[in-house]
Design a binder for this molecule. Structure first.
Ligand SMILES: NC(=O)c1ccc[n+]([C@@H]2O[C@H](COP(=O)([O-])OP(=O)(O)OC[C@H]3O[C@@H](n4cnc5c(N)ncnc54)[C@H](O)[C@@H]3O)[C@@H](O)[C@H]2O)c1
Length: 288
């Protein structure tokens, strides 16, 4: 059992979008200071408002909220001076992630842990080809949506410092997350890999004409007692996003069947993107 040191200092979140603002709430929920950094003023304003809204909804909280400060990327070096942890939450673009991680490694003090919230790119992929000063302190810290999902997956890489992984796992627990250690480099972490297999097999089942989306969702919900079936869930995520994710698995691994991607591609070409455009496996315009 490793001894975990109590971290001193603030948590800096880079990107105040969907996930960044939610992380600002979590990391300030036990009295710690958070600095939220974004290129866009409006995102910072909306982010603060969202943190306030989540606080008002947290009925059982003891009132010991930490400060959430906002900051511009131009002031990053001074914002990072006091940080024990910095989490990048910028959009899902590998080159941008690599640029931000390199910048953080360059500007953050030696003791600061650097984490990425990327869903698609494991930290081992982000670090590929980068020449960082200290990559031992870099890891993935991937959380989910909606905010009431407490799971967070912590994944290191071959050179990670295990003491720092333990520290982040411990601190996530302290801050109301349910942390899971991804023990080996894994595209899709733990949960998303299992979910990818369900999506893939659902699409294969559909492509073979074995059952309709409605039947697949009905049997899935009947057996597993979940509120949504895989077709309903894929519609919520967006079929174009589902295809991007599946393409990433297919690029990184052998043996991924082509039929599920072909099936999705046909749907997308036919204008079926899911809930966001009213047409997916189901017709949402008709329901409205
Ligand atoms: N949205 C989700 O449900 C979800 C779930 C799990 C993980 N993630 C991951 O979280 C990350 C962020 O996703 P999101 O949905 O919050 O994105 P988002 O588009 O909502 O927010 C990204 C923010 O980053 C800002 N930004 C861009 N470049 C920047 C820079 N150089 N410096 C500072 N700010 C910058 C943008 O202005 C924007 O406000 C992605 O890696 C994504 O895979 C998202």
């Amino acid at each position: 059992m490793q001894v975990v040191r109590k971290p001193q200092g603030s948590v800096v979140i880079i990107g105040a979008g969907t996930q960044g603002r939610r992380l600002a709430y979590m990391w300030s929920s036990k009295g710690g200071t958070v600095a939220l950094v974004d290129l866009q003023e409006q995102q910072l304003r909306d982010g603060l408002q969202y943190v306030q809204q989540l606080r008002e909804e947290a009925k059982d909280h003891d009132g010991d909220w930490g400060a959430v400060e906002v900051s511009q990327p131009a002031a990053l070096e001074s914002t990072l001076k006091d940080a024990w942890l910095v989490v990048e939450c910028v959009p899902e673009n590998l080159k941008l992630k690599q640029k931000v991680i390199t910048q953080l490694d360059d500007l953050a003090p030696e003791r600061t842990i650097i984490a990425s919230n990327s869903s698609s790119y494991g930290i081992f992929e982000i670090l590929e080809g980068l020449n960082l000063k200290n990559n031992k302190r870099v890891m993935s810290a991937h959380c989910y949506w909606p905010p009431e999902t407490s799971a967070i997956e912590i994944m290191g890489h071959k050179d990670s410092d295990p003491k720092l992984i333990d520290l982040v796992l411990e601190q996530c627990k302290e801050h109301g997350f349910s942390p899971f250690h991804v023990r080996q480099p894994s595209i899709g972490y733990i949960y998303n890999r299992i979910w990818a297999a369900i999506k893939r097999e659902t699409l294969l089942t559909l492509s073979e004409g074995v059952a309709t989306p409605k039947e697949i969702d009905a049997i899935f919900k009947d057996v597993l007692k979940t509120p949504k079936g895989p077709c309903e869930q894929m519609d919520v995520v967006g079929l174009d996003v589902v295809l991007d994710i599946e393409n990433h698995y297919a690029e990184s691994r052998n043996g991924i069947p082509t039929e599920p991607r072909d099936y999705l591609q046909n749907m997308i070409q036919g204008g079926h993107l899911g809930v966001k455009n009213g047409q997916g496996f189901y017709d949402y315009d008709q329901e409205r």
